[in-house]
Write a new protein. Sequence first.
Length: 372
Amino acid sequence: MAQKRKSKKRRTTAKKAKVYIPAHKIVIVCASVIAFCLFLLLISTFISQQTNKTDYEPQITSQFEKPSENDAPKAEKKQEVAKTTPQQSQKKSTSSASSSIKQEQKSTQTTKKEEPKVVEKSVVVPTPKPQVEPEKPNAFFGFPQAKNSATLIFVFDDGGQNLAHLEKFMSIPFDFTVAVLPQLPHSKAAADRVRKSGNEVILHQPMQAINLNVNPGPGAITPNMDAKQITDTLFQNINQIGPISGMNNHEGSLITEDTEKMETIIKYVSSQGLYFLDSRTNVNTKVPYVCQGLGFSWYERNVFLDNTKNRQDILNEINKGINIANKTGSAIMIGHVWSADVLPALLKEIYPELKSKGYRFSTVSESNALKR
């Protein structure tokens, strides 16, 4: 019995025993809990800082880059949503949208107002007018208005004598024909230069004048030649400066009134597919008679431009040619390369007014001056 009582007492004492926790362990646990809470707090603050940086990035970049009109309202909406409640954000979003629309309207109005200013500045900038200035001094020429499709044909004789003189004619702004003398040091070079410029080359065939003291130059047709000698001479001259479109006579007042010799010349020229331009150095020329008898067409000169190298005299002859062109539809005017110091400049000066009055310009072969 005594033992049972003892065992009961032990059980009761075992149940009533208290657990003892040392104080230093309690401090450690509390410190660890506090440290854990501080760790969580640091993490939360770090995350919030990162989110704040992303929210403010558009504002930072906006200081260095010009924002578009659509980006500005978006940045305002983000800031307002972060500060307000959902209900307030809706109200503010509508107000911000309306304000952004007003800003866009103001910006469009300002841009519309600024656009005319830019246009005015571009119009005010002065621009050179090189084409207007040369036409001002041409008003005093007073050329008549063109009639009957008036075409002016300019031929420049004596090519091949001086290349420097010929070069001044190359800047004339319309089509023309150059007659090149044969068997001269610059004959071939002159013909090549004219062809390169896109203008027409013909043979300026030397022929004997009535005045036997006048030397027509190398490659000339003289009164003592028979038909074969004439054709051989023509063949040599044409091959030297060719290809060419036609031929006219240099001097030749004695030969052009010789029906037999002109018949030989016209037949050979026609057989080579070339035209003949009668320079009409002799009023008794037989070229029209021979050509009509053979059934061939031909051209003939209307005006000599530079019997003198005086500017006003040349201008008077040009006016004669203009009057002929208005009556008949065309006029062939012959000048000379040795007038290079006067003639090319005058032709360039009168060209704008003549063109404005309706005159046409052509080479001999492309003109409507053919005789039949």
